[in-house]
Design a protein around this ligand. Structure first.
Ligand code: MSP
Length: 664
């Protein structure tokens, strides 16, 4: 038995839980459940990252205190994960006292080592990344490639510097001595070349805002949010016994997205080296997801609610938990862990029908159906194995080992591929062994051997799928007359397929994954595809997206709820140009605080020169379905204006507001 501690990044609370953050969290849970099955003593941690300039500003913008804002948002994360069948042992919030105290302890240890020094900094800061950028990191116009909607800021002041430059050699030595420290290999190469290129000292405190953990002995400084955040993995282990168990003695796996690789593989190990603490065993960086082929901008991310996806599939698969299983399977099977991948709803439905329904679900249904008919609904005795059974067992043994190896290498997609290959092999075996033909011939012993073999394979599969399909594993096992998997420390539940005792009762039940037919698929796609993800929409007869002025004195009253379905946002016009051959239309790039400015086509050209609009703060209907003007012209929103088309007045906003602010 070994110890295994897995962590997710702690998520910033300026966002809600979305498919991207669900991906890491589900992967961590699945890997953890795999270790539970092995009988390991395990622990899983997730939580929220609540300090820093970004969150302080977001709270101010919403007119609430940072403490109130972060609590409300953190609650949403804590409530979300169990709905996706994630069973973390602990949920850390960086504003908790238990965390703050330990981070200050870490600071003191590093200070005592002589690795912190007061100095001054000046540089380009991206508040979105919470990181200084060098000029070569930036796009023209001082834009961060990850957050181009807000230019980076020139920031300067007094700060403590961590002597990162002292740790380059030691880090390189660590990567050499522990080739598995950074995975996958391509990421390790990236990190090694970054460190080999020379490390600069890192500023780890700020004085220009106060929403952070005070620096011990100099409370005019708060700690840099990444110093505070990275420490969470260690800070939550309270007391010597816990620390020894999971930090000193156990294997520690940090699962992260590739966006935060450097923080976890360079800064964090250097802090730990300085503090004289052991390093994690492995940092595994997975790739980034797109949704239906589109980059997940913030508005799209928010629109793709993983819980809504799980619920919708739950209506087909029998329960919310079953729906979560389907989502877990799709995320971990369709995307090679470590590489970028696309989450596509239509592909999810196809895979649901094929892998879950036709392969695994059908294997269970046909086996139990045959048992009901031929063995009185009981486990038959095994009898003598023929070449068919011996072949099947040899195939399964190989696949089983490959599945286990894949889990050990943190390759869930491969583990699932091998697991489903076992189900496919068993389905082929039924076809070849043809128990119905043996039954007709009155060959009782053969029928028993075949059905016994299938029941043992299904029993094995029900445990091998548990890390990803915990709810459906329970259901499978109930039908197979087996107790639900509740792993016990020290007991390896993954030893392979095990014989069953003859005479045990089976309980054939509803199909595990009822097929989604064409109508069902269409309905699922319609409910789940967010407007932001629709690339084109049906053209309407109005050739302009600005309304023509129709003075109205009366209109039908609507409720506040009806009004609030219209998402009005402040947008800043970043660029504006005429549309060739369309004398009324302008094409605008409007910044709504999303990852990329939106393209909006508006009938403003008779009233404005393009350059008059650049920089204006306009009011945008942000959730209007995209409108296709043909020839690749698609408008993703509408501006508000009044007046005749040659003398329009534009609704604009005064004052210091950020792009994306809600207009209420
Ligand atoms: N607060 C920091 C992490 C501190 S850890 C000490 C942070 N938070 S975050 O909310 O921005 O979350 C980033 C993580 O969310 C990524 O590393 C990844 O795990 C996940 N993802 C966010 N968007 C994603 C995709 N589009 N695709 C896959 N994962 C994504 O950074």
């Amino acid at each position: 038995m070994s110890r295994f501690y897995v962590t997710t990044p702690i998520y910033y609370v300026n966002d809600v839980p979305h498919l991207g953050t669900a991906y890491t969290t589900i992967a961590a849970d699945a890997v953890r459940r795999y270790h539970l099955l092995r009988g390991d003593e395990t622990r899983m941690l997730t939580g929220t990252d609540e300090h820093g300039q970004k969150l302080e500003r977001e709270a101010v913008e919403r007119g609430v205190s940072p403490a109130h804002f972060v609590k409300e948002m953190s609650d949403r994360f804590e409530a979300a994960w169990p709905k996706l069948e994630v069973m973390a042992d602990d949920f850390v919030r960086t504003t908790q006292e238990r965390h703050e105290k330990r981070v200050q302890e870490l600071w003191r240890r590093i200070e005592a080592k002589g690795d912190l020094e007061l100095g001054t900094y000046e540089g380009w800061y991206c508040v979105g990344c919470e990181e200084f950028k060098t000029e070569k990191d930036l796009l023209p116009g001082n834009l961060c490639p990850l957050h181009p909607q807000k230019p980076v800021e020139r920031q300067s002041g007094e700060a403590y510097f961590f002597k990162l430059s002292r740790y380059g050699e030691r880090l390189l030595e660590h990567y050499r001595a522990h080739p598995g420290f950074v995975e996958p290999e391509s990421r390790r190469n990236e990190v090694v070349s970054f460190v080999a290129g020379g490390l600069k000292d890192l500023s780890v405190s700020r004085t220009n805002f106060s929403w952070g953990i005070p620096v011990p002995g100099n409370p005019k400084h708060v700690m840099y949010v990444w110093f505070d955040a990275l420490a969470n993995y260690w800070s939550v282990l309270q007391g010597d016994a816990e620390l020894e168990k999971f930090w000193t003695d156990g294997a520690i796996l940090h699962l992260v997205g590739k966006d935060i690789l450097r923080f976890h593989t360079v800064y964090w190990p250097a802090f730990l080296m300085s503090a004289g603490l052991p390093l994690p065993t492995q940092v595994f960086a997975h790739g980034f997801l797109t949704f239906n082929g589109q980059k997940m901008s913030k508005s799209l991310r928010n629109a793709v609610d993983p819980i809504a996806i799980a619920r919708a599939f739950g209506r087909v698969a029998g329960s919310d938990a079953a729906g979560a299983d389907v989502l877990r399977y799709q995320l971990l099977r369709a995307i090679a862990f470590g590489q970028d991948g696309d989450f596509d709803l239509a592909a999810m439905i196809e895979r649901y029908n094929a892998d879950l329904g036709k392969n695994l679900g059908n294997l269970l249904a046909r086996t139990l159906g045959l048992c009901t008919k031929m063995t009185g609904g009981k486990v038959p005795p095994e009898g003598e194995r023929s070449a068919l059974e011996k072949d099947l067992r040899a195939t399964i043994d190989g696949l089983w080992r490959e599945a286990i190896d894949a889990w050990d290498r943190v390759e869930p997609h491969r583990a699932l591929e091998k697991t489903w290959a076992i189900a496919a092999a068993a389905n082929q075996y039924v076809d070849r062994a043809a128990p119905w033909a043996e039954d007709k011939k009155g060959n009782r012993a053969r029928v028993d051997t075949i059905l016994h073999t299938l029941l043992t394979v299904l029993g094995g599969l029900s445990s091998l799928v548990w890390p990803v399909l915990p709810a459906k594993s329970d259901e499978m096992r109930a039908q197979l007359g087996l107790p639900a998997i509740r792993p016990e420390q020290g007991t390896d539940c993954l030893k392979g397929i095990a014989a069953r005792r003859a005479g045990e009762a089976l309980k054939a039940g509803a199909p595990l994954f009822p097929t989604v037919d064409e109508d069902g698929a269409r309905a699922l796609l319609e409910t789940l595809t967010p407007r932001e993800a629709i690339a084109t929409s049906t053209p309407t007869s109005t050739p302009t997206s600005t309304p023509t002025s129709t003075p109205t004195s009366t209109s039908t009253p609507i409720t506040y709820d009806q009004f609030s379905t219209v998402d009005l946002r402040v947008g800043i016009v970043r660029t504006c140009e005429r549309v060739p051959k369309k004398d009324k239309l302008l094409r605008l790039a409007v910044d709504l605080g999303e990852a990329e400015p939106r393209t909006i086509i508006a009938g403003l050209a008779l009233s404005f020169q393009p350059e008059q609009l650049v920089g204006r703060k306009v009011v945008v209907v942000a959730n209007l379905a995209p409108r296709d003007f043909g020839k690749g012209l698609v408008s993703h929103g509408m501006l508000l204006a009044t007046g005749p088309s040659e003398a329009l007045a534009l609704a604009t906003i005064e004052g210091d507001v950020s792009p994306g602010a809600k207009v209420k």
